[in-house]
Design a protein around this ligand. Structure first.
Ligand code: IPM
Ligand code: MG
Length: 359
């Protein structure tokens, strides 16, 4: 049976890194006879430029029909002045909400070869292996009402709504507990329950769901403390579960613990396990087109896609092993380079992963 992958390169460095990731996908598709077919479509700023929409109907239809989606990145200064409704980011957010990709898995794993690239002391990050489970289709990102309005006195006021229903909290809690069962069996739920009612409910529902998972330990932490603990003693965490906005912020911090945000893949899954896979980093417009971006987060996102949506665990393992081998060889893109290593281009990093896969 053929499996359909939709490739959405997007903006900035998106096309460069996705090109390398697709080469890797094609290689394992051949070696493991996976029967994967892929096609590309427009999303983000490049889609806006061509069609006037950051998420054209045709792209959404293809996304709905696909077994999995591989996305590069969206956005850039070129589109900063646009109305909120047609900003490139709306393309990404629209995909997430239309496909109900509520469960965002962001693993922060430190490759031992990159211990030097972290801004933290090696002993603080050595062996780091955290999974951030971020709620992705609710919270303040999507809550209504929202907008900028003019008050009677003529002053303008911006407003958003931070809202979570019990069912939304329950399903992301289950994602986190299920994930914890596959690893360290500890979940730390992050909230701001000393100030925000919505997270008082969040905490309560987490406790309720925890009763279904007696083998998993649940603890709670306030988000400000969690930010501090992530840089103070990150290895205390196994699975962290949190809402959309806190997850956005904490996952960037967790990413840097691993040396570079250029190493972190992510999966965004719906209730059936169909998903969109993308690097955690953005479109990096400052280095776009120079051929120096790190393609490894996107290549590792392909591995997650094979594992979670395409039932191809061996191919996923092979890609992860190839990435590790390339790091062993001392090859680094400029974001993760350090003394004694060879700095290589985006394309050369792709070549090296392909060579490691074949060896
Ligand atoms: C991320 C990004 C997005 C988000 C942006 C591009 C809308 O920062 O995936 O973390 O805020 O979710
Ligand atoms: Mg982010």
């Amino acid at each position: 049976m053929t499996k359909k992958v939709l490739v959405l390169p997007g903006d900035g460095i998106g096309p460069e890194i996705v090109e390398q990731a697709v080469r890797v996908l094609d290689a394992v598709n051949d070696t493991f006879s996976l029967g994967i077919e892929h096609e590309s479509a427009l999303v983000g700023g490049s889609a806006y430029d061509e069609t006037g929409s950051p998420l054209p109907e045709a792209t959404l239809a293809k996304a709905k029909a696909a077994d999995a989606i591989l996305l590069g990145a969206v956005g850039g200064p070129k589109w900063d002045g646009l109305d909120m409704a047609v900003r490139p980011e709306k393309g990404l957010l629209g995909l997430r909400s239309n496909l109900e990709l509520f469960s965002n898995l962001r693993p922060a794993i430190l490759y031992p070869q990159l211990a030097d690239a972290s801004s933290l002391k090696p002993e603080i990050v050595a062996g780091l292996d955290i999974l951030i489970v971020r709620e992705l289709t609710g919270g303040i990102y999507f809550g209504q009402p929202r907008g900028i309005r003019t008050l009677e006195n003529g002053e303008r006021e911006g407003f958003n709504t931070y809202v979570y229903s019990e069912s939304e909290i329950r399903r992301i809690a289950r994602s986190a507990f299920d994930a914890a069962r596959q690893r360290g069996k500890r979940v730390c739920s992050i909230d701001k329950s000393n100030v925000l009612e919505v997270t008082v409910l969040w905490k309560e529902v987490m406790e309720e769901v925890a009763k279904e998972y007696p083998d998993v330990e649940l603890t709670h932490m306030l988000v400000d403390n969690a930010a501090m603990q992530l840089v103070r003693a990150p290895k205390q965490f196994d699975v962290m579960v949190t809402g959309n906005m806190f997850g956005d912020i904490l996952s960037d911090a967790a990413a840097m613990l691993t040396g570079s945000i250029g190493m972190l893949p992510s999966a965004s899954l719906n209730a059936e396990g169909r998903g969109m896979y993308e690097p955690c980093h953005g479109s990096a417009p400052d280095i776009a087109g120079q051929g120096i971006a790190n393609p490894l987060a996107t290549i590792l996102s392909v591995a997650m896609m094979l594992r979670y949506s395409l039932a191809a665990k061996s191919a996923a393992d092979a890609i992860e092993a190839a990435v590790s081998k390339v790091l062993d060889q001392g090859l680094r893109t400029s974001d993760i380079t350090s003394e004694g290593c060879t700095t290589v281009s985006t394309q050369a990093m792709g070549d090296a992963v392909l060579a490691a896969l074949k060896a």
